[in-house]
Design a protein around this ligand. Structure first.
Ligand code: HEC
Ligand code: HEC
Ligand code: HEC
Length: 411
């Protein structure tokens, strides 16, 4: 028996050493690198291309790359990344030649966005950076034309990048190949026929806006190569963390009449996505938001396409509300019930940095105007238009709560 225990003991020791060794190896070995063949791309920087590119960058990239305080595309911490993946910062993508991507060629930008492989480091860029393997060459041209344009949004800024710190878990996922890169397309990617609303809607939903990625069952069972083969395609139920750590299930957006959006009219759909308010007056909760930069025509095409996909009968639960403090003030209650907390977090840190608003807008009348007409101050904002949506009697308490968030943070 003793001998058996001794053998078992040494076997466990060996096993432990193997595991420790493997952990150290995965944690400290350099990341896997991939072959990089930068294509030669001649950018056609017409004014239409730059306009289209700006709209795509605002819809697809700004949320992650825009610094919430300065509004520049110089990168930020991704606040809603679950802790188990570590800490991630997006990067400076302004035209600055050293700190930004001003010295990147068009081919390098396209390579990163299409494949997910960093053209300089040759390593995989983590799963939380968007990849667009199926976007058309014409839209890729538009994105690059805009990133290289003289638009103030991409004006060179010397803000330095902050390195991300991936957790062991994230490294393990990369190590075992759970995060996959894409191959660079070998053939031209044509732009869909924009007069065919279903075809164009499919392209915008699947290849550009990646609706299916959040709206299918789970990121782990998504098929990024052929979106429609994702498990539970657009049937919802994928759990997405918000800024308060609350998990928000994505909605069923298939045409099922009772559990999906089968009974929504085209106009209801367009209005909900462009304003960010649902029929019942509640806001679309983060990470869904309003698609302020897509036109009503485009949203209509997406609707037409979503009518054609297989209906899935799946009731998605309502997400829980984040927890208020023990003795909430009237202002805090409104902050939660109107849904400010979903985008701005319970502490004011989220999409924007609300902790700065108290000092930035010392006059109550201006702070009120900023809340009701944010778009006048930040024309490219995705903050909902609150004018007419907030009961004017609630405004003083809401203002007091916003100020309180700034005072509590000491900013
Ligand atoms: C969900 C968040 C997210 C979105 C959306 C996003 N990015 Fe990123 N991006 C990141 C993160 C995080 C990194 C840093 C990755 C790393 O650690 O290397 C990054 C890195 C980059 C880099 C590399 C910069 C460098 O100097 O290494 C470029 C270029 C870039 N993104 C461009 C874009 C463009 C263009 C879009 C829109 C089409 C976009 N990103 C959308 C999160 C995002
Ligand atoms: C980053 C993840 C994400 C992406 C990308 C995304 N959504 Fe959503 N969407 C959500 C979440 C989460 C909800 C649930 C919000 C809530 O409960 O208020 C939602 C809700 C919705 C709703 C409301 C449905 C209802 O029954 O109330 C519609 C419609 C919708 N999304 C359509 C789309 C379309 C169309 C696209 C692509 C253009 C898209 N979404 C892209 C996460 C996402
Ligand atoms: C759907 C997300 C969303 C919701 C809901 C939301 N906001 Fe915002 N808010 C934003 C974004 C994004 C900005 C940053 C403006 C920009 O740069 O686009 C912002 C900016 C602000 C600002 C200006 C901050 C500054 O530093 O200039 C204030 C004040 C503000 N929000 C208050 C509120 C209040 C009060 C509510 C609830 C009634 C609310 N917000 C609901 C997304 C949201």
């Amino acid at each position: 028996m003793k001998r058996f225990l001794r053998v078992l003991g040494s076997a466990l020791l060996v096993l432990t050493l193997v595991i420790v060794g493997l952990v150290l190896y995965i944690n400290y070995r350099s990341e896997p690198t991939y072959e990089v063949n930068i294509p030669t791309i001649k950018v056609n920087a017409t004014s239409e291309a730059k306009i289209r590119g700006k709209k795509l960058v605002l819809s697809l990239c700004a949320e992650c790359h825009r610094n919430p305080e300065t509004k520049e595309l110089t990168g930020r911490r991704l606040m809603d990344l679950p802790e188990q993946f570590g800490v991630a910062y997006s990067k400076n993508i302004t035209r600055h030649p050293v700190e930004g991507i001003g010295s990147w060629s068009a081919g390098e930008i396209a390579w990163l966005i299409r494949t997910g492989i960093h053209p300089k480091r040759k390593t995989y860029v983590p799963a939380w950076m968007v990849k667009l393997p199926h976007i058309s060459d014409s839209d890729m041209n538009a994105i690059i034309a805009f990133l290289q344009s003289d638009d103030p949004l991409v004006a060179p800024s010397e803000v330095k990048n902050i390195e991300s710190n991936a957790s062991f878990f994230a490294k393990l996922l990369t190590f075992v190949g759970a995060f996959k890169h894409f191959d660079y397309p070998t053939e031209a990617k044509s732009h869909p026929d924009t007069t065919n609303t279903v075809e164009y809607g499919r392209y915008m939903a699947d290849n550009v806006m990646n609706c299916f990625a959040c709206h299918s069952s789970d990121f782990a069972t998504n098929n990024d190569f052929e979106p429609r083969k994702s498990e539970g395609y657009c049937g919802g139920g994928n759990m997405m963390p918000d800024f308060n750590g609350v998990l928000v299930p994505t909605s069923n957006i298939t045409p099922d009449k009772t559990t999906g959006i089968g009974s929504w009219t085209r106009q209801e759909f367009v209005t909900t996505l462009s304003t960010g308010f649902k029929k019942d007056g509640s806001i679309l909760r983060y990470p869904m938001g309003r698609y302020a930069h897509l036109s009503e025509t485009e949203l209509g095409c997406i609707y037409d396409y979503l009518r054609t996909i297989p209906a899935i009968s799946k009731q998605v639960p309502k997400p829980p509300q984040p927890q208020m403090s023990a003795n909430p003030t009237e202002g805090e209650k409104h902050y939660y019930s109107y849904g400010c907390v979903h985008c701005h977090g319970s502490t004011g840190l989220g999409y924007a940095n609300l902790q700065l608003a108290d000092k930035r807008y010392p006059s109550d009348s201006i702070l009120t105007d900023v809340i009701l007409h944010t778009y006048k101050y930040f024309p490219e904002t995705s903050m909902p238009k609150w004018d007419g949506k907030i009961n004017p009697n609630h405004l003083p308490a809401i203002i007091a709560h916003v100020r309180e968030l700034g005072k509590k943070s000491g900013k």
